[in-house]
Design a protein around this ligand. Sequence first.
Ligand SMILES: [Zn+2]
Length: 84
Amino acid sequence: MRSETEGITVCDVCGFAQARTRYAPRTYGRGKELLVIENVPVVSCPSCDASYLTSQTLREIDRIKYERKTRAVTTSIEVASFST
Ligand SMILES: [Zn+2]
């Protein structure tokens, strides 16, 4: 689990060198289609207030959604882990 880990990265929006990456769960869909992806890296910038996912992260999320039938662990809701 990396949920409490914070990393330092360069902000894609303003170029600030000390934007932070936080790992947070995100939910997609609703009802029976609800998918929770844990440990999604979210960049947040204290300089310009941006909070965004990188294009690499978005691609990975698309892949996880596509593969959810094999990746997801079915509990009361489906949960998959983000991994690179
Ligand atoms: Zn910024």
